[in-house]
Design a protein around this ligand. Structure first.
Ligand SMILES: CCCCCCCC/C=C\CCCCCCCC(=O)N[C@@H](CC(C)C)C(=O)O
Ligand SMILES: [Zn+2]
Ligand SMILES: [Zn+2]
Length: 532
C-alpha cells in the first residue's frame, strides 16, 4: 500500500528538490566555464597565424643579394677592422687613436663609397661618422642605417684567439671583439653600399649611415651628436632607423626548429642607481655593531633576492609569441596563442633562465661594489651600483619606489646616475611598410625563417634617434644559437663567413627594397630637401 505524503512533507520535498537542482546547477558552472575556455583556447591555437604583409610590391619582390665571389675578401676586410682596438672603457675614456685609425681603414678599404659623387662622409664630434647618400628622388623621406665603431674591452685570457688579432679560424669563422657588436654592422653596411656603387647603381631614396663612436658607454658623444647635427640641418623626419639589436636565432625559442628572426620594435628602459652608506669609521679591533659595508650588503642582497614582479604578457612581448605560435608544435602553440590565459604560467618557466627572465620583468644587476681601504680600518663609506633594465610596462619611478620599499633602510642613500624610460613601440603588423621592408629583406636572406617583433632587452644608440622617426628597428642580420648568446661582450665573439655574407646581402636588399616602396613613402619638407 502506497502511503500518501502529508502536504507539509510534500512541500519540504519540493523545496528540497529545488535546492538540490540549484546545487547541481552550481556544480556545473565550473564545467561549463572550463568547456568554454577550452573551446576558446583550441580555437585560438588552430586559427593562429603570423600576420603577413599586405604589400604585394614587397611580397612579390625577388631582390638578389650580393655576389658570392667576394665572400673571402669581405671576411678579410672585416678581420682587418677587428685588429683596430676601438675600445670604450667608460665615458670619456676611449681608445681615440684607434677610432681615427678605423676611419682611415674604412676610407682605404671602401674606395667606391669614399669617392662617390652622391655620397658625402662627415666626421661628427671628432670620432663619429655620418654618411649622406643622396638618391635620385631626394623628395622622398630618407631613412637611416646605424651601427657603432667602438667595442667593449676583452680579456684575452680565455679566448681561443687574441680578441684583437682578427683571425679567420678553419676558413669558417671570423673571430674578434666587435664581430657581432658591432663592426659586422659597420663593415656590412659599407660593403653593401660599395657593391651597389661598383655595380653602377644609384639609389632612388636618400639615406644616412650613422656610426657612433661611444655606444658602449652611452652614445652621448656620438649618436647624440649625430642626431643634433641632423636636427640642426632640418632633418627632423626619417622614414625609419635600423640599428643593431636582435638577430636571427635558432633553438632559442622552445617548440620550433625554424630560424626565428626577432626584430626589436622597442627597447627596455635603462636605470643605473648608486647606493651609498655612511657608517662609523674606526679601528677594526673594536668595530661598530654595523659597518657601512654590512648595511650596504644587506640592502643589495634584498634587491637581488626580491625580483621585480613579472610583467610578462602586458607589453609587446605578447606579439612576439603570437607571431611565433603558428610555427611551433601543438602544445607550445596552445600556450603562445593564449597568453591572455597562460602568461603567468609561461613567466614561471621563463624566469628560470637568465636570458628569458630578462623578457619577463625589469631586471636588477649589481655591477659595482666599493668599500674599504685596509684590513684593519673600518671604512666610513661603502658604495654600490645597480643597473636595471626596465620592462616597457613599468616606469623608472616605479622601479625606484620598488627599490626603496625593498631596501627599507633610511641609512641607504639612493642616487640616480642614468635613466631612460623604455622606448615607445614602433609600428609592426601586416600594413606597416617599414616593418615589412625589413621583414621582407630578412625573408629574402635567410632560409626557413619566421620574422617576429620583440622588445630588445639591452640598449642601443636608437635612444638618441627617437626624436627623428617613429619607426625604429633593432636587428643585426646574423644567426645566433643558444651557445652564442654569451659571446656578446663575452669570450670568443665571432661570426661565420657565411653569416657575414648574409649580413652584407641583407643590407644591400634593404637599400634595394627601400626603392621598391618609394610610392608608399612620404615626402620631405622643402627645407629637408635642401639639406640633402
Ligand atoms: C625569449 C627571449 C629571447 C631572446 C633571444 C636573444 C637572442 C640574441 C641575444 C642577444 C642580443 C643582444 C643584443 C645586443 C645589443 C647590445 C648593445 C649593447 O651592448 N648596448 C649597451 C648599451 C649601454 C647603454 C652601454 C648595453 O649595455 O645594453
Ligand atoms: Zn652594440
Ligand atoms: Zn655592446
Amino acid at each position: 500500500m502506497v502511503q500518501s505524503k502529508s502536504p507539509k512533507w510534500q512541500l519540504r520535498w519540493r523545496c528540497g528538490r529545488w535546492w538540490w537542482k540549484v546545487f547541481k546547477l552550481l556544480l556545473k558552472i565550473p564545467l561549463v566555464i572550463g568547456l568554454l575556455l577550452s573551446v576558446v583556447v583550441l580555437y585560438r591555437a588552430f586559427t593562429a597565424s603570423t600576420p603577413a604583409s599586405t604589400l604585394d610590391i614587397l611580397n612579390n619582390a625577388q631582390t638578389a643579394g650580393v655576389d658570392d665571389g667576394l665572400k673571402m675578401e669581405r671576411a678579410h676586410r672585416l678581420a682587418g677592422a677587428l685588429r683596430i682596438s676601438t675600445i670604450s672603457y667608460e665615458p670619456g675614456k676611449q681608445e681615440t687613436g684607434e677610432l681615427l685609425k678605423l676611419h682611415r681603414y674604412l676610407e682605404k678599404e671602401f674606395p667606391a663609397v669614399h669617392n662617390c659623387s652622391f655620397v658625402k662622409r662627415e666626421i661628427i664630434n671628432v670620432y663619429s661618422l655620418l654618411y649622406t647618400v643622396t638618391g635620385t628622388s631626394p623628395d622622398k623621406l630618407p631613412y637611416m642605417l646605424a651601427s657603432h665603431l667602438d667595442v667593449v674591452p676583452a680579456d684575452p685570457e680565455h679566448w681561443e684567439v687574441d680578441p684583437f688579432s682578427g683571425k679567420i679560424v678553419n676558413n669558417t669563422y671570423i673571430y674578434g671583439r666587435g664581430t657581432i657588436d658591432d663592426k659586422g654592422g659597420v663593415l656590412g653596411i659599407l660593403e653593401a653600399l660599395e657593391y651597389l656603387i661598383k655595380k653602377g647603381e644609384r639609389p632612388q631614396r636618400s639615406f644616412f649611415i650613422a656610426f657612433g663612436h661611444d655606444e658602449e658607454v652611452s652614445g652621448k658623444q656620438g649618436a647624440q651628436e649625430i642626431a643634433r647635427v641632423l636636427l640642426k640641418r632640418g632633418v627632423d623626419r626619417l622614414d625609419f632607423v635600423l640599428d643593431e639589436g636582435y638577430t636571427v636565432t635558432r633553438y632559442i625559442f622552445p617548440g620550433t626548429r625554424k630560424h626565428v628572426a626577432l626584430v626589436g620594435v622597442s627597447e627596455k628602459g635603462y636605470l643605473t642607481l648608486e647606493l651609498s652608506v655612511n657608517g662609523s669609521p674606526g679601528h677594526s679591533s673594536f668595530p661598530p655593531w654595523e659597518s657601512a659595508i654590512g648595511i650596504l650588503s644587506e640592502a643589495i642582497t634584498k634587491l637581488e633576492k626580491n625580483k621585480l614582479p613579472s610583467m610578462f604578457g602586458t607589453g609587446p612581448e605578447r606579439s612576439t609569441f603570437e607571431y611565433l605560435a603558428p610555427h611551433v608544435g601543438f602544445l607550445h602553440r596552445l600556450l603562445y596563442s593564449n597568453m591572455w590565459l597562460f602568461s603567468g604560467f609561461m613567466a614561471r618557466i621563463m624566469e628560470k633562465e637568465a636570458l628569458s627572465n630578462a623578457y619577463v620583468r625589469t631586471t636588477s644587476a649589481i655591477t659595482v661594489f666599493h668599500g674599504g681601504i685596509k684590513e684593519n680600518v673600518v671604512p666610513a663609506h661603502a658604495k654600490a651600483t645597480i643597473n636595471h633594465r626596465v620592462h616597457p610596462s613599468q616606469t623608472i619611478s616605479e622601479v625606484i619606489e620598488f627599490d626603496k620599499r625593498t631596501i627599507d633602510d633610511p641609512r641607504v642613500e639612493i642616487k640616480v646616475k642614468a635613466s631612460k624610460e623604455a622606448h615607445t613601440v614602433s609600428p609592426y603588423g601586416p600594413d606597416d611598410v617599414q616593418f615589412n621592408l625589413i621583414a621582407r629583406s630578412i625573408y629574402q636572406t635567410f632560409d626557413d625563417v619566421v620574422v617576429i617583433p620583440g622588445v630588445l632587452i639591452a640598449n642601443t644608440d636608437t635612444r638618441w634617434y627617437l626624436g627623428l622617426s617613429s619607426h625604429l628597428y633593432r636587428f643585426f642580420p646574423t644567426v645566433i644559437y643558444p651557445q652564442d648568446t654569451n659571446r656578446y661582450h663575452g669570450i670568443d665573439e665571432r661570426i661565420s663567413i657565411d653569416n657575414y655574407q648574409q649580413a652584407v646581402s641583407f643590407y644591400y636588399r634593404v637599400m634595394k627594397n627601400a626603392d621598391l616602396i618609394i610610392g608608399h613613402v612620404a615626402s620631405t619638407t622643402a627645407h629637408q630637401q635642401r639639406e640633402l
